[in-house]
Design a protein around this ligand. Structure first.
Ligand code: 5GP
Length: 183
């Protein structure tokens, strides 16, 4: 059965596959220009950012390196717990590196604020954020250097984003309209 056929939990498309592709190309071109002579270490936040990071990295025309960390946030509910915990830490030493943190989505900004504090303490040469999606609230964190799309406050899935580990492989971002927990 196709992934989205007859799935009553999936609402309207919030960001289309084509818009993601075009915007990612634009961000990649900007990052390529901004990081000339100082190739970035891309730090992805698992699991949600892995799809975006994979596409973004391939439109950055620089010798980038990759690392990943995982933090616990939503679990299987659509509401943030406000508690952020490192589940998997980076392999790289950040000292002197130009770190570009790649995020799937910024909602309250709690996760990002925590990550920025944590990464800044490791003395990178520079630290910036590229977020595919930013919910339409002003996050109380340092400015985001690169933003894909500002979207409404609805809970969304697809293109790396899940609901109870489902829907990450949707090629676009859609509104989730199902129950708050999935069996
Ligand atoms: P924040 O700390 O900014 O409130 O939330 C950030 C994290 O919560 C994201 O990295 C993501 O894991 C999760 N999150 C926030 N909004 C959404 C959403 O609409 N859909 C999904 N699938 N995850 C979200």
């Amino acid at each position: 059965m196709a992934l989205t056929t007859d799935d009553p939990y999936l609402g309207p498309v919030v960001v289309s596959e084509e818009d993601i592709r075009d915007r990612t190309r634009e961000l990649g071109a900007r990052i390529t220009a901004d990081y000339q002579g100082r190739p970035p270490l891309l730090v992805g936040v698992l699991k949600g950012a892995f799809v975006f990071m994979s596409d973004l990295a391939r439109v950055i025309d620089l010798p980038v390196e990759f690392d990943f960390m995982a933090v616990a946030s939503y679990g299987s509910s659509t509401r943030t717990s406000g508690v952020v915990r490192i589940v998997k830490d980076l392999d790289s030493d950040l000292a002197g590196r130009h770190v570009l943190l790649v995020e799937d989505i910024v909602d309250s900004g709690l996760t990002l604020a925590f990550l920025l504090r944590n990464l800044a303490a490791r003395h990178p040469a520079s630290l910036a954020v590229c977020a595919l999606l930013v919910k339409d609230v002003e996050p109380s964190v340092a400015e985001l250097a690169y933003v894909g799309f500002r979207i409404p406050r609805d809970f969304v899935v697809g293109y790396g984003l899940d609901m109870a580990e489902r829907y990450r492989n949707l090629t676009c971002v859609r509104r989730y309209e199902g129950p708050e927990s999935l069996a």
